[in-house]
Design a protein around this ligand. Structure first.
Ligand SMILES: [Zn+2]
Length: 71
C-alpha cells in the first residue's frame, strides 16, 4: 500500500508508513478504510458463526422445553 504523503510502497497490513510514519489505514473518502484484511474477516466470520450457533442452540433448547411443558 502506497503512502499518501511520501509515496513509499509499504507492505500490506502496515498501519503506519515505514518511511515517514503517516497512518496508512485512515483514508477519507476511499474504499480502503472499509476493506478488511483476510485475517480480520475470518475473525469476524468465526465470531458470527459462534454467536449464531449459541443463539440457535438456545432457541432450540427453549423450543424443546416449551414443547414438553405444553404436552
Ligand atoms: Zn510515508
Amino acid at each position: 500500500m502506497k503512502c499518501p504523503k511520501c509515496g513509499t510502497e509499504n507492505p500490506p497490513g502496515k498501519i503506519v508508513c515505514r518511511n515517514c510514519g503517516t497512518r496508512l489505514r485512515v483514508q477519507t473518502g476511499g474504499q480502503a478504510a472499509v476493506r478488511w484484511t483476510d485475517a480480520e474477516l475470518m475473525t469476524w466470520v468465526r465470531a458470527d458463526v459462534r454467536r449464531l450457533l449459541a443463539v440457535s442452540s438456545i432457541v432450540i433448547t427453549l423450543g424443546v422445553i416449551i414443547g414438553y411443558a405444553l404436552r
